[in-house]
Write a protein that binds this ligand. Structure first.
Ligand SMILES: Nc1ncnc2c1ncn2[C@@H]1O[C@H](COP(=O)(O)OP(=O)(O)O)[C@@H](O)[C@H]1O
Ligand SMILES: [Mg+2]
Length: 257
């Protein structure tokens, strides 16, 4: 019973601090994201942006992995995070001969951002293991032992988790992005075509609908390509889409990507 009371007390305290916390946040300074405009180029995903914001504000490292189909804004998230001070960006496929160890040891980044981590070789993935767990970076090479302590957040993206070492995977909070629905796809594609490519809204809608429904693709890059080729000329748009359709890879059954 005493224990229960203590638990209640503790819980009440928690509730109090929770409401204070909410209040504080209401009057608090802008979030890191608002201040730096970290994710200004990314449409939607407000909940994920919030998780990143909380992660960046945390006192101790929390590692985040975005997993999802191509063209779901993973690289865009990774490049946005490079706006953070003391961040270092790496592409998994371009691991150097000397490996990431030397870099981490020398530059001591606060944020280590890895796009397409599934392409990172096993040796580099192993270097990350201890770093992510305990912040300890340690190596035995040519009978020499090098060790250092780092406080590094790791943010990574992957198209699939197949080639990621299982123990490495468990050190991440994995966020699995779902393919865009037709509604989401058209909304995002239209925004991009209008803002970044200067295409009229009605034409942008036509392109986005044709890409999703005719080309059976949910790749926003496809919309951008068509817009760049045909601009706002309707018959040119039609011609480009028909040609793309005629020569599309009919053997591929994942054309929605
Ligand atoms: N939610 C989004 N907001 C803004 N642009 C997006 C969004 N989703 C996709 N895109 C656009 O689609 C293209 C592919 O995005 P990218 O981040 O390279 O995808 P991924 O790394 O998941 O393959 C880019 O041109 C990007 O601008
Ligand atoms: Mg990418």
């Amino acid at each position: 019973m005493k224990l229960f009371n203590r638990w209640r007390k503790k819980n009440d305290d928690n509730n109090l601090s929770k409401s204070e916390f909410i209040d504080n946040r209401k009057h608090s300074k802008p979030t890191i994201e608002e201040k730096l405009g970290l994710f200004a180029d990314i449409f939607g995903y407000e909940d994920i942006k919030e998780i990143f914001d909380m992660t960046i504000k945390a006192n101790r490292p929390v590692h985040v992995l975005l997993v999802g189909p191509p063209a779901s804004a993973k690289s865009l998230f990774m490049s946005s995070l490079t706006k953070l001070e003391r961040s270092y960006y790496a592409i998994g496929s371009s691991s150097t001969k000397s490996g990431i160890f030397d870099y981490l040891f020398e530059h001591r980044p606060r944020y280590f951002i890895i796009d397409e981590i599934e392409k990172m070789n096993k040796r580099d993935q192993t270097s990350l293991l201890n770093l992510m767990e305990s912040g300890v970076l340690s190596e035995l090479k040519h009978r020499q032992h090098r060790t250092t302590q780092l406080k590094t957040w790791v943010f990574a993206s992957a198209n699939s988790i197949d080639n990621i070492l299982p123990p490495l995977l468990t050190r991440f909070t994995a966020i699995h992005l779902k393919p865009y629905t037709e509604e989401e796809f058209i909304k995002i594609a239209v925004e991009i075509l209008e803002r970044q490519e200067g295409i009229d809204r009605e034409i942008a809608v036509l392109i986005a609908e044709a890409v999703f429904n005719k080309l059976k693709s949910a790749n926003i890059r496809e919309c951008i390509r068509i817009a760049r080729l045909a601009r706002d000329n309707l018959s040119e748009i039609q011609k480009v889409i028909d040609t793309f359709l005629k020569y599309s890879d009919s053997s591929s059954n994942n054309s929605m990507l």
